[in-house]
Design a protein around this ligand. Structure first.
Ligand code: DLZ
Length: 154
């Protein structure tokens, strides 16, 4: 049996983080979590590019540009959609998730999903460095593991 264990070593990887400005009081914290998560796993600061977009609806297009550029080994998508504050919740959250998955599948470049979809701002903050940890850090870990797996499988 051959087994490819998860590899969380980010040394030498180039990563683009696409961040939505909407709900910036949350997305800034997710970005902090993603950057520190990449750094702790060996990704150099000069190999991290941060690209700001207006809102989560724009995140998929920017992930597609980054993933298709050939400049990055992985992309991290960050946004926050809060149900109680938008009538567009299903559209924005659904389109963001579908578009991000499509980017990953069409380009082959891993795109980690760091878009929060919560009922309240409090729930979002809990997941952005609060009681539930930081989903930005989790996305960083996923991005590195998938980039390493791609090197070995693709
Ligand atoms: C318009 C809008 C609304 C109502 N709510 C959110 C949200 O909760 N989270 C988010 O990231 N973006 C939101 N946006 C902005 C859209 O994502 C998008 O930027 C605009 O509709 C312009 O295309």
């Amino acid at each position: 049996m051959n087994e490819l264990a998860a590899d969380g070593n980010g040394e030498g990887l180039r990563v683009c983080i696409v961040v939505a400005q909407w709900n910036a009081f949350v997305t800034h914290k997710l970005l902090d979590g993603a950057r520190s998560g990449l750094g702790e796993r060996g990704v150099r600061a000069e190999d991290i590019t941060v690209a700001w977009v207006p809102g989560s609806f724009e995140v998929p297009a920017a992930t597609r540009w980054a993933a298709g550029s050939g400049k990055f080994d992985a992309v991290i998508a960050i946004g926050t959609v809060i149900k109680g504050e938008t009538d567009h919740y299903e559209h924005i959250a659904g389109q963001a998730a579908a578009g991000i998955m499509e980017t990953s599948q069409t380009t082959g470049v891993p795109v980690a999903f760091g878009v929060l979809t919560c009922d309240t701002a409090e729930q979002a903050l809990d997941r952005a460095g609060g009681a539930q940890g930081n989903k930005g850090d989790e996305a960083a870990e996923a991005a590195i593991q998938m980039a390493r797996l791609r090197e070995r499988l693709a």
